[in-house]
Write a protein that binds this ligand. Sequence first.
Ligand SMILES: *[C@@H]1O[C@H](CO)[C@@H](O)[C@H](O)[C@H]1NC(C)=O
Ligand SMILES: *[C@@H]1O[C@H](CO)[C@@H](O)[C@H](O)[C@H]1NC(C)=O
Ligand SMILES: *[C@@H]1O[C@H](CO)[C@@H](O)[C@H](O)[C@H]1NC(C)=O
Ligand SMILES: *[C@@H]1O[C@H](CO)[C@@H](O)[C@H](O)[C@H]1NC(C)=O
Ligand SMILES: *[C@@H]1O[C@H](CO)[C@@H](O)[C@H](O)[C@H]1NC(C)=O
Length: 425
Amino acid sequence: MVLVAQELPLVCLMLLLLCREPGVDAQAGQDFTVQQPQAKVTVTAGETLTLICITSGVAGPGPMKWLKGWGRGSKTVYDQNNEDPSSRVTRAVNGSDTNFTIHIRNVQPEDMGTYYCVKFVIGMTGVSQVFKHGSGSEVTVQAKPSPPLVSGPEQRARPDKSVPFTCTTGGFFPDKIDVKWFKNGNPMTAQPPQVTQSRMKTYNMSSTVQVTLQKDDARSQITCEVTHPTLPAPLQGSFQLSRVLRVPPSIDVQPEPSPAEVNKTVAFTCLLKEFYPAKVSISWLENGIRIKGQNLSGPLEVSRGLFELRSRVEVQATEEKNGSTITCRVVHNGQAPANYSAILWISNTAQGGFQMDKGANVLSSLLLLLSMGVLLEKGLLGCLLLFVFKRMNRKASEMLPYPAAPQSPAPAVGSQGLATVSSDL
Ligand SMILES: *[C@@H]1O[C@H](CO)[C@@H](O)[C@H](O)[C@H]1NC(C)=O
Ligand SMILES: *[C@@H]1O[C@H](CO)[C@@H](O)[C@H](O)[C@H]1NC(C)=O
Ligand SMILES: *[C@@H]1O[C@H](CO)[C@@H](O)[C@H](O)[C@H]1NC(C)=O
Ligand SMILES: *[C@@H]1O[C@H](CO)[C@@H](O)[C@H](O)[C@H]1NC(C)=O
Ligand SMILES: *[C@@H]1O[C@H](CO)[C@@H](O)[C@H](O)[C@H]1NC(C)=O
């Protein structure tokens, strides 16, 4: 009994040593240090991250590891005893016993966190246990925003309509981002951008601007310009307003001549001015019944990106068509058809009427010349002749069956009229 009692402290001490640091030299463990000189590291996404770890002193058997995070949820990114050749993580100095610096290739925002360089030792049960670790390196991964995309309304809109445009970009870190809008290079005012957290610690941004469309915007563009600390120069995204603009044509239908002469051809011209886009279809109707027209050209770009088109239809002005409605129906860019009409008026002026009148005019000029010549030679006789001819002329005018229509001359029959009156002389 006594002997056992005397030996007890020694046995206890031995047991304690065995329990505390099994298989580890207590003195060697004491001066073992792990150093992580980088408290904070900032790296840009896609680059290689270097995490420095230097050990000194001697420790018991067990691997060096790199952990991301601490405690529950921490992840092993490198394990000295279990190197993975396909991993993004490689040692800076292969096989070194003191330098456990690692490289992480193609670093991503999700790699953000605090990394610990840790010395494990194998416990009595054969399980690795944390022995010593560095003070941690906090890694920030800056990420560039994706190229900005500008989207506009689904449907085309007319001038004077205010339509929203949205600029989006994503995947950036940190969240500080600046957005500017321009129309044809001129700054526009917009709401402050909406920044939201996206997957894996990066941010998305959305900015909206209202644009009041103008008639001459077919060649305009709006630009969204994004500035972020990771970008050496701002990124831009653009939108052509021609994609959303719809300028309806101004339409006019004109018959030529009007009123028309009986049995002559009348041309109706439908003029479509200043429209966009060029897509338009034209059809002609006579009293609601389709007739065949002819385009004078395809849509022509005339000014500021706007188009013009002339279509023509010829109608025979027979008497029974007097008062007919000739319609130019225009379907512009899938819109509801628009009808523009003109009435075919046929004048009831008979052909002979103003021909006679014209003939009489030519006659009086001739008579004037003639009388001047005669006056010089025959004096009185000349005066008498002039008097007679003038009376004849007046008579001819009084004989005209219809009032003159000087705005509608018909030169083809003019000579015939002159011949008739001349024979009367
Ligand atoms: C963030 O932006 C990216 C593209 O930049 C997109 O794929 C993703 O769906 C966006 N996430 C959210 C939450 O809006
Ligand atoms: C017009 O043409 C019709 C048919 O050819 C004919 O009957 C009519 O007399 C013509 N009218 C005139 C004014 O020439
Ligand atoms: C004239 O042009 C318009 C628009 O391009 C088209 O809809 C129409 O069919 C054309 N008509 C003819 C006769 O070519
Ligand atoms: C034009 O005429 C067509 C057929 O007569 C009709 O369906 C359409 O509604 C008309 N458009 C207008 C603007 O009156
Ligand atoms: C055509 O109609 C108009 C108006 O009703 C009339 O003044 C004109 O005399 C008519 N023309 C013919 C040739 O009947």
